[in-house]
Design a protein around this ligand. Structure first.
Ligand SMILES: [Zn+2]
Length: 408
């Protein structure tokens, strides 16, 4: 028998569905608007107070303890990558909503127990696929990204996030006035560890560090036919050298780091002009921030040396360093206790992927709970977690939230 959670996931998987079984719901598109409208209806139908803030974050407020100015927040994101799966983000939003509903029902049945309020959230532009940087709505909420700067982020066509949100009716005016006490997020792991170890619940205690470098390779436009080879200053050839070098540094270095060069723009991108300006987004991720930084330094030095003979210069457009973080130890202890009581196996782990919980952890103690991802696949239409595993995550989340709203 399919649970309410899995039926809701089915419903949302049809919004922005792609022919290969995945979803594409980029921030501020009609598909994002459709998912938001459906979530708003689900919030209202559960008698929760619906709020939309100026960066489009959506909240469903359960006033469990009206005399309290505090709230525990639970949430994730409805936006997806272009090759998104059916669980990334939306699982945490829908499980969060159902957990809030269940905790509210229990609070009504046990009056006086709840000491603070509970809020279900959908954070804007977690993925950063259409607008960079990622984690936009949660960073604005955490106070680490200015609202005006966030609204002014432009996509590849020059449309700003503010314009895109207004176009779908989700540039709100409300603010969540309750003081956030704790945040909890439930998410699919997006990696292989839980499945490999046969463990049902991942208790995320911290995150890997990342260094993200966006480099611009400056060459010179010239005709691809008559220009002599030695005369060419080909920025794409230089970028190709750097990309291979970047991967080799990680593969041969034995550091255990992860590396990617996953986005590239080529100008003028004509078959008959040698590329004169190429921008590539590189990243290194490692458990130790110092290793990620050192890999970036070594890569920059070696890349400059490798492309010098091509007459190409490298400009650093972005050098973003994300440090490691420790998530809420109290939330981790509660999650471990609840998993034990419910009879689910659990293990502590670190997240390599970014999550809203990491952005929000800068303002409030934040917790992150994982369920297994089949084959570790994510950002892929074949992303899959079975129904029973999804329901176990919801069961853990619900009891963790109950404890957080009722404890002293
Ligand atoms: Zn996600």
């Amino acid at each position: 028998m399919t649970s309410t959670l899995n039926r809701l996931l089915e419903t949302f998987a049809r919004i922005g569905a792609t022919p290969d079984g995945g979803v594409c719901r980029l921030t501020g598109t009609p598909e994002d608007g459709g998912a938001r409208a459906r979530l708003a209806a689900e919030i209202v139908s559960r008698q929760l107070g619906l709020l939309v803030d100026p960066i489009g974050n959506m909240f469903g407020v359960a006033a469990l303890a009206p005399s309290s100015q505090e709230a525990v927040i639970v949430g994730s994101h409805l936006d997806s990558q272009p090759t998104g799966g059916r669980y990334d983000g939306v699982y945490g939003v829908l499980a969060g909503l159902l957990a809030v509903e269940a905790v509210a029902a229990r609070a009504a049945a046990e009056p006086g127990k709840a000491k603070r309020n509970l809020v279900a959230a959908n954070w804007t532009n977690e993925e950063g696929a259409r607008f960079q940087p990622s984690l936009t709505g949660s960073s604005v909420f955490a106070g680490t990204l200015a609202l005006d700067a966030a609204l002014g982020l432009a996509d590849g066509a020059g449309v700003t996030l503010g314009e895109a949100l207004a176009a779908i009716g989700y540039r709100g005016t409300a603010d969540l006035s309750l003081a956030p006490r704790r945040y909890v997020e439930l998410h699919v792991e997006q990696g292989p560890l839980l499945e490999e170890k046969g463990v049902e619940i991942g208790i995320v205690i911290g995150c890997w560090a990342a260094r993200k470098l966006s480099l611009v390779f400056h060459g010179e436009p010239s005709h691809t036919g008559p220009t002599r080879m030695a005369r060419r200053r080909d920025a794409l050839r230089a970028a190709a050298r750097a990309i291979e070098l970047h991967h080799c540094l990680v593969e041969l270095g034995g550091s255990g780091a992860h590396a990617s060069a996953a986005r590239i723009t080529v100008d003028p991108n004509s078959p008959n002009v040698t590329p004169c300006r190429v921008q590539v987004w590189f990243e290194f991720r490692h458990e130790d921030a110092a290793v990620a930084v050192a890999l970036g330094d070594r890569f920059l030095a070696e890349a400059r040396a490798a492309v010098a003979s091509l007459g190409v210069d490298i400009e650093i457009a972005v050098d973003e360093r994300r440090g490691t973080a420790t998530l809420d130890p109290h939330g981790a202890a509660l999650t471990a206790a609840v998993a034990r009581e419910l009879g689910f196996s659990a293990m502590e782990m670190k997240t390599i992927a970014g999550h809203d919980a990491l952005a929000l952890n800068k303002r409030m103690p934040a917790s992150l709970i994982f369920v297994p991802s089949h084959n570790g696949l994510s950002h892929n239409p074949a992303e899959f977690t079975d129904e029973a595993a999804l329901d176990k995550g919801l069961a853990v989340l619900t009891d963790v939230l109950w404890r957080m709203v009722t404890e002293e």
